[in-house]
Design a protein around this ligand. Structure first.
Ligand code: IVH
Length: 693
């Protein structure tokens, strides 16, 4: 212990700087405040990472964390492994230890279709000696495609985490799983007592969108990418350096328990609901089914919904709800008889690569695309698959003529995930990068893993850009899809984006499949798009690195197109959420004379970008408001909406940053806290006056 620290510990009071106020705090007070902060931070973690409903801003959250870190630095003796500050920062490990699963983690038998699910139901009844006409209650949950993990809690505090391993011995990933924000460090207390010990089982997964982002980043850095979200989740959790795990966006979804001491359950449904109350994300959507036909219905619905979910699913899991039947049913060598996985149709198939062609995108990026021997994958005929870039070609070691595994996920163009090298004949040909643009013949340059066409007027770029510009989330010009975009460019009717706004009916009648009515409809759609909200326009014009999210961020900040156009690098970099690369792209975009010319031409045609109106002066503008107690005249949600529409922010907890506390009937502890901190309190009547009612 350093001398300086000793001195601090000896003195009963120390000064510490929190924000701008200097405050004296004793060891006792610090201990109390540390506890308070942990509770508050845990609550906000839960709101943000489990419920996805934050009630404070990131900045407010950071302030709480900072205060806790400062206090823990002053009094390190109060640091506990379950403190929110300890989620990140554990040093790398030499190797993973082993954790034995007291109750083995079994795997499940598969049912590949509806009939096999019904067969499972019949077997359950046979083993239980029940007539086939009995209805058995089942729980049905999504089967998440990730890596299963068991978390152990003692007296409600997180202790260890283990992977499934071989079912009996798992790897000790305690330090890694601690970095996953949806893994609670403490269980939330509720009506039931917190068990002395409980093991929560579930799946560590990565959202599809986070997986894509991670792969893009890895590719940019020239590192190996992952084949699918499951491999990404597994590779990210099983890292000897927990700091790497902490940087990856992982999630934990609970689906069951292992050992539990001090609490008894009767049904699987009860287990799931209890785990949820303890603060976990639990399989959702889930259904308590009264019989196997309801299970089959759920299975069908989930298979249909599969692509719209943010996580990858490979089926559903069906469990007998009544736990007393589990023992009676027993297990086979590897899997229990009380549960089954209803697997969805496979979305991987093997086929042969006949050729590779190059596709030029909106920004000039050239993507190698494999032309396949057509094959049916999960109900769709697939004849093309993306190879992404040349690093990916190298990683897969793929050649023309190879037999490959193709995978389809959602509406996106299928991927090649593996090459079956054992069946190579020696006739396979290497894929060489293009030396010129396959569309316009211009020079190509290599940028990281990508080759790019640098000709600004390359027709391929314009076609892709037109399609992007017209899409629903951008200018929303219905009827302007890929086919129309290609023709508009090929027939010389559109030489830049602005030409769209100068098209005549006669022009459109030159396109295949266009007649009077369709030409008028499209013209009308183009005309309608001339009045456009700022964020959609910013997304539509295709500034490199500006996706929908960033466009929204920029629109909220600048509020007018001209303000953004005239910004500078410095201002952009200082906006939360805008990185230096994006900032640079924005500045360069608005420095480019050709871009300015096209934008100007659009405005001359009458295009109008709607500005975001500044909120007029209001007593709530820029203020943070907390509600406590019930309001007579409106619900909390309504009140929140009103405050927000007047430029205020509503927070769930009182802190020094709170400007007003609105006190309704039967106020809670927030009232006392506001009193302690001397924060302005108003009653409902005054609140109504302030909002002009
Ligand atoms: S219950 C006896 N429920 O699928 C095993 N498993 O093949 C009980 N999985 O190892 C497992 N989602 O990793 C269950 N909702 C869910 C699941 C789920 C994914 C995984 C789990 C298990 C594997 C079984």
């Amino acid at each position: 212990m350093s001398e300086a620290l000793d001195k601090i510990k000896l003195s009963a009071y120390i000064l510490y700087n929190r924000g701008k106020t200097m405050k004296k705090i004793s060891k006792e007070e610090a201990k109390k405040r540390i506890e308070e902060l942990r509770e508050e931070i845990n609550y906000h973690n839960y709101r943000y990472y489990v419920l996805d409903q934050p009630v404070i801003s990131d900045a407010e959250y950071d302030d709480l964390m900072r205060e806790l870190k400062e206090l823990e630095e002053m009094y390190p003796e109060f640091i506990t492994p379950d403190s929110p500050t300890q989620r990140v920062g554990a040093p790398p490990q030499e190797e993973f230890g082993t954790i034995i699963h007291e109750i083995p983690m079994l795997s499940l038998q598969d049912a590949r279709n509806e009939d096999e699910l019904r067969e499972f139901d019949r077997r359950v009844k046979r083993v239980l000696g029940l007539p086939l006409t009995t209805n058995i209650q089942y729980t049905a949950e999504p089967k998440f495609d990730g890596l299963s993990c068991e978390l152990t809690y003692e007296n409600g505090i997180y202790k260890t985490a283990a992977t499934r391993g071989d079912g009996v011995r798992g790897e000790d990933v305690t330090l890694n799983a601690r970095t996953i924000r949806s893994v609670p460090m403490r269980l939330i207390k509720g009506e039931n007592p917190i068990p002395l010990r409980v093991q929560i089982r579930g799946e560590v997964i990565m959202k599809k969108s986070d997986f894509e982002k991670l792969n893009q980043e890895l590719a940019k850095r020239g590192e190996k990418t992952f084949a699918n979200p499951r491999n990404a989740a597994s590779g990210s959790l099983r890292q000897l350096d927990p700091k790497i795990t902490a940087e990856r966006k992982l999630d934990f979804i609970a689906w069951g328990i292992g050992v539990v001491e001090g609490l008894e359950f009767k049904t699987q449904w009860e287990i799931l609901n209890q785990i949820e109350k303890w603060g976990f994300k639990v399989s959702k959507p889930r259904k308590l089914c009264e019989n196997i036909e309801e299970v089959v219905k759920f299975y069908r619905e989930m298979e249909e919904k599969r692509d719209s979910l943010e996580y990858e699913l490979d089926g559903i899991v069906v469990k007998v709800n009544d736990l007393s039947l589990w023992n009676k049913l027993g297990t086979t060598a590897r899997s229990p008889r009380y549960a089954i996985a209803g697997k969805f149709k496979p979305r991987q198939k093997t086929t042969v690569i006949k050729d590779v062609v190059f596709q030029v995108g909106r920004t000039g990026t050239i993507t190698p695309v494999a032309i396949l021997e057509p094959v049916e994958v999960g109900g769709v005929i697939v004849s093309r698959a993306t190879l992404h870039n040349f690093d990916e070609i190298k990683r897969l070691d793929v050649k023309i003529g190879d037999k490959v595994v193709v995978q389809r996920a959602g509406d996106v163009i299928p991927d090649i995930v593996q090459v079956i090298k054992d069946v190579r004949t020696g006739k396979e040909r290497d894929i060489s990068p293009p030396s010129t643009c396959p569309v316009c013949g211009a020079k190509v340059v290599k940028e990281g893993a990508y080759y790019k066409c640098i000709n600004i007027s390359c027709p391929a770029k314009l076609k892709a850009h037109l399609k992007h510009f017209a899409q629903r989330r951008a200018m929303d010009i219905e009827g302007l899809g890929e086919k129309v975009a290609i023709q508009l460019v090929d027939k010389g009717l559109v030489k830049d984006l602005a030409d769209l706004y100068y098209l005549t009916k006669e022009d459109l009648l030159k396109l295949d499949g266009f007649a009077d009515k369709s030409a008028e409809n499209l013209l009308n759609e183009i005309h309608k798009s001339k009045k456009i909200p700022l964020h959609r326009f910013l997304y539509a014009i295709g500034i490199p690195n500006v996706g929908e999210y960033t466009a929204k961020l920029l629109a909220d900040y600048f509020k007018s197109f001209d303000k953004l156009k005239n910004t500078n690098l410095n201002e952009l970099i200082n906006i939360e959420g805008i990185g230096p690369e994006t900032a640079q792209s924005i500045v360069e975009f608005f420095r480019n004379q050709e871009n300015l010319r096209v934008l100007d031409k659009m405005f001359k045609a009458g295009l109008e970008v709607e500005e975001i109106k500044e909120i007029k002066e209001s007593p709530f503008k820029g203020k943070t408001v907390v509600f406590t107690g019930a309001l007579k005249s409106m619900s909390r949600d309504e009140a929140k909406e009103i405050v927000e529409s007047l430029g205020g922010k509503v927070s769930n907890s009182v802190s020094r940053k709170t400007d007003f506390v609105v006190v309704g009937e039967n106020p809670g502890s927030k009232y006392q806290k506001a009193q302690q901190l001397g924060i302005k309190m108003i009653d409902e009547e005054e609140f109504l006056k302030m909002i002009g009612r």
